[in-house]
Design a protein around this ligand. Structure first.
Ligand SMILES: Cc1ncc(COP(=O)(O)O)c(C=O)c1O
Length: 406
């Protein structure tokens, strides 16, 4: 029986049955309970890849919603939709969760008692790995890269560090110079050797979780989008373009391969936030070769330079833009990844409106909100003013319902 209409004065709004809400509820019926290992079967269009992962562990909140994003100043007829991979969880949130579902399953299958990973001092990947490890009763060792002047002092509790240290990750600092000299692979191996000599059983996860196994997380995301589109009526034709930030390359590799192999077929654009396009094409090629995908990276993805001043460094214009988008749409982008990617995308749309006009674009928000805390000082000038609330002097009302707290 249909429920009676709500009176127009009611503060309760009728349940939202817009296409967005439909897309949010559908899909992913077959996921096992959280933190439980399950055997894995690939989407049919990816079953020829090898090696195939045999197991995964459910860690995140999926499917993530897809909804329309009313961005200002789009070219005529361009629609932008957003996939909310920033909502894959709370402490364990963002794009890394998808990769960790496969990487952690391998760690467990190999009998690891701890995991090692590496990243910048505000690495979202390191924070997600630390939380996932704790959920699965594994210790976590993090090698974090910081400035030379900071390498011998307590790194503090800002942003991702707070969560990492709350869940008991072992934080080990290296300077940028040391990181450059030895490389992430060698540093990870050094720590692994040390832990092995202490009788531990470590599993080493590369920077950003970006190896050929981690890429499966974003092949799965394409299967998820496929299901969301199949079960909704809002976008029977799917999307023309897929856009995301590209940092260590795994997310872009997975989406590019998934949209190439699946029936969805869309152009995939990775906005590089740290290295040059050449570097990313080569790195992604290595990931694809590791899956025996038999395809050229350059044929399936367009890498765009969006690094600006460099990794994790923001111009004032980028930060003002992140603020402007938050104020206009309610979506808060992180300054290091999705903020730069959208900044680059809207720049491209402005420069070449003809290429984007009439297109349906899906932007993947990959999370990273905690990284914003590292930029508080630089953000301050863009934040709106505050003032003290003025209580009218004539007020004679006694306080009611104050409660014991006050
Ligand atoms: C929030 C966020 N978005 C995007 C990326 C980029 O993803 P990937 O490393 O898979 O290229 C990262 C990590 O590097 C990240 O932490």
């Amino acid at each position: 029986m249909a429920s009676p209409p709500l009176p127009s004065s009611s503060p309760i709004r009728p349940r939202d049955f817009t296409p967005t809400a439909v897309m949010t509820r559908c899909a992913q019926k077959h996921r096992p309970p959280m933190f439980e290992e399950a055997s894995y079967s690939p989407p049919p269009w990816a079953s020829h890849l090898h090696p195939l992962p045999s197991r995964f562990i459910s860690l995140g909140q999926f499917p993530t919603p897809i909804h329309k994003w009313n961005l200002p100043n789009l070219p005529n007829g361009t629609e932008v939709w957003i996939k909310r991979d920033d909502l894959t969880g709370m402490q364990l949130s963002g794009n890394k969760v998808r990769k960790l579902e496969f990487l952690m399953a391998e760690a467990k299958a190999e009998g690891a008692d701890c995991v090692i990973t590496l990243g910048g001092i505000q690495s979202n990947h390191c924070r997600a790995t630390a939380v996932a490890a704790r959920y699965l009763n594994l210790d976590c060792f993090l090698i974090l890269r910081t400035n030379r002047t900071q390498v011998d002092v307590d790194p503090g509790l800002v942003g991702n560090l707070l969560v990492e240290r709350m869940v008991g990750a072992h934080v080990e600092l290296v300077s940028k110079e040391e990181y450059r000299q030895h490389g992430s692979e060698m540093l990870g191996k050094m720590l692994k050797k040390k832990l092995l000599s202490e009788g531990r059983a470590p599993y080493l996860i590369p920077v950003g979780g970006s190896n050929s196994l981690g890429v499966w997380g974003y092949l799965e995301a394409v299967r998820e989008i496929e299901e969301q589109l199949r079960e909704s009526t809002c976008h029977p034709d799917g999307f023309d373009d897929i856009v995301m930030a590209c940092g260590s390359g795994g997310t872009t590799a997975g989406l590019a391969l998934g949209f190439h192999l699946s029936p969805l077929k869309a152009r995939v654009h990775g906005y590089g936030v740290c290295d040059d396009p050449e570097y990313f094409y080569d790195f992604i090629q290595g990931l694809l070769d590791g899956m025996n995908a038999n395809v050229a990276a350059r044929d399936i993805v367009n890498i765009v330079d969006a690094k600006g001043l460099g990794y994790a460094m923001s111009t004032n214009a980028e930060l003002a833009f992140v603020k402007e988008i938050a104020e206009a749409t309610g979506i808060v982008l992180d300054p290091v990844y999705s903020g730069k990617a959208l900044f680059g995308l809207l720049r491209d749309m402005k420069e070449k409106p003809g290429e984007w006009s009439g297109k349906k674009v899906l932007f993947v928000h990959t999370g990273g909100l905690l990284g914003m805390y590292d930029k508080l000082q630089q953000l301050q000038p863009f934040i709106s003013k505050w003032k003290r609330f003025q209580i009218p002097e004539s007020t004679s009302e006694a306080g009611m319902n104050v409660g014991r707290m006050f």
